[in-house]
Design a protein around this ligand. Structure first.
Ligand code: MG
Ligand code: MG
Length: 252
């Protein structure tokens, strides 16, 4: 069942979203060769708690950290570790969540460690994934249907010759980190529930350079491409408004 948020609930989600956006800015600023993914987790957790919020991911179904940090062929849900030290040119996907007064925000970015992509194709992968997110967000409007988002994402990704992860997708968000509806990142437009003001969704294309499918490592969390190819991930939490949409996790 889709839970549409009241204006008072949206105000809390705005605050959660701003905290997530601030966390991303602080963590991305310290990404560099020699830094471990646990160092990034520490920066994120400290900032989220300073804001009076709680990390959404810590303890979620037993997840042991505050962020997900996924390197190169890791798609999503990588567990931060002191042993995972970043090196120049790594493709690093970072996923963040925070709870403010019972409401969640959820957002992800992909960056290159040291700033430069190791190849033009890797640069294109990350750029296209972000463009797919932007296209998905642009499809959010009252009166539209949920799979308008799915279709917009798929058009951008397939148009660029990349593959989409099928096993994971976007989701409703609010009192729960993940709630109805599930949002596929592919498919025909004009299907699924009608989007109405108060619907809040986390839109999150996961794009791979090689071939679908993905696998989960023995740690029970880390999703990797089966063929070892690079993967990228971007995400924003977006509310349907009377006039269109509002990105709750927008960064300054
Ligand atoms: Mg996320
Ligand atoms: Mg999400």
């Amino acid at each position: 069942m889709i839970d549409h948020k009241s204006p008072a609930e949206l105000e809390r989600m705005r605050r959660a979203g701003r905290i997530v956006a601030g966390t991303i800015e602080r963590v991305v600023a310290v990404v560099s060769p020699g830094v471990s993914t646990k160092d990034l987790d520490d920066v994120a957790e400290a900032y989220i708690r300073e804001q009076g919020a709680m990390p959404s991911f810590l303890g979620y179904r037993g997840f042991p950290a505050s962020i997900c940090a996924s390197i190169n062929q890791e798609v999503v849900h990588g567990i931060p570790s002191r042993e995972r030290v970043l090196t120049e040119g790594d493709l690093l996907s970072l996923d963040f969540g925070a709870i403010w007064e019972g409401y969640h925000g959820d957002s992800a970015v992909t960056v290159f460690v040291g700033g430069d992509a190791p190849s033009t194709e890797a640069e294109k992968l990350v750029r296209i994934t972000e463009e797919a997110l932007e296209a998905g967000i642009a499809a959010v409007r009252p009166g539209g249907r949920l799979t308008d988002i799915s279709h917009a994402i798929e058009q951008v990704v397939r148009g660029a010759g990349f593959e989409l992860v099928r096993e994971w997708g976007g989701h409703g968000i609010g009192r729960n980190l993940h709630e109805d509806p599930h949002i596929l990142n592919y498919g025909a437009p004009g299907r699924g529930p009608e989007m109405r003001p108060g619907l809040v969704v986390a839109i999150e294309p996961m794009v791979i350079m090689g071939n679908w499918p993905t696998e989960v490592l023995a740690d029970g969390w880390t999703v990797v491409t089966a063929d070892g190819s690079l993967a990228a991930h971007f995400e924003h939490t977006v509310a349907v408004t009377e006039g269109g949409r509002e990105i709750l996790t927008a960064r300054g």
